[in-house]
Design a protein. Structure first.
Length: 147
């Protein structure tokens, strides 16, 4: 179940960016261990030594709602299969892109498409890996925007 949550580094960065939504998981800042709770955690930060661990989907929604940044993680396949038969060992390649709605600008040089995956020539073979890398890039975009 832990793979559905952001990692500790991402959770810390999100905390610095102002993420403060209720979460089902958290990291203990002392031992850096992940803990899942059975009822949603309070949105207050009164508890010391913990960092909230949101679900990856929750983070993508937060970027859409708060920063107007949209992300797509998608399977990408080139070519076809001989006689339409898919080999058993085949795995789809995954990519991601980050974009914003038309009309939302951060600077005069902004484009609608902010960032295409850094895997233009490198493909992720696991959706979760592409998703995590996309979240890292969303975090970096907002960090750059704030500086």
């Amino acid at each position: 179940m832990e793979e559905h949550f952001v990692n500790y580094t991402q959770a810390l960065a999100l905390k610095e960016l102002g993420f403060n939504e209720p979460c089902f998981g958290f990291y203990d800042d002392i031992d850096k261990q992940f803990y899942q709770i059975h009822s949603q955690a309070s949105s207050s930060n009164n508890v010391k030594n913990i960092t909230k661990a949101p679900l990856k989907q929750q983070v993508l929604k937060w970027f859409r709602d708060k920063h107007h940044l949209f992300a797509n993680i998608y399977e990408f396949t080139t070519g076809g299969f001989k006689d339409g038969i898919i080999p058993k060992a085949w795995k789809p390649e995954c990519r991601w892109k980050i974009y914003k709605p038309v009309g939302i600008t951060y600077s005069q040089k902004d484009e609608v498409l902010i960032h295409v995956s850094d895997n233009l020539y490198r493909h992720f073979y696991y959706y979760e890996e592409a998703e995590s890398t996309c979240i890292d890039n969303l975090i970096e975009i907002i960090k750059e925007k704030k500086s």
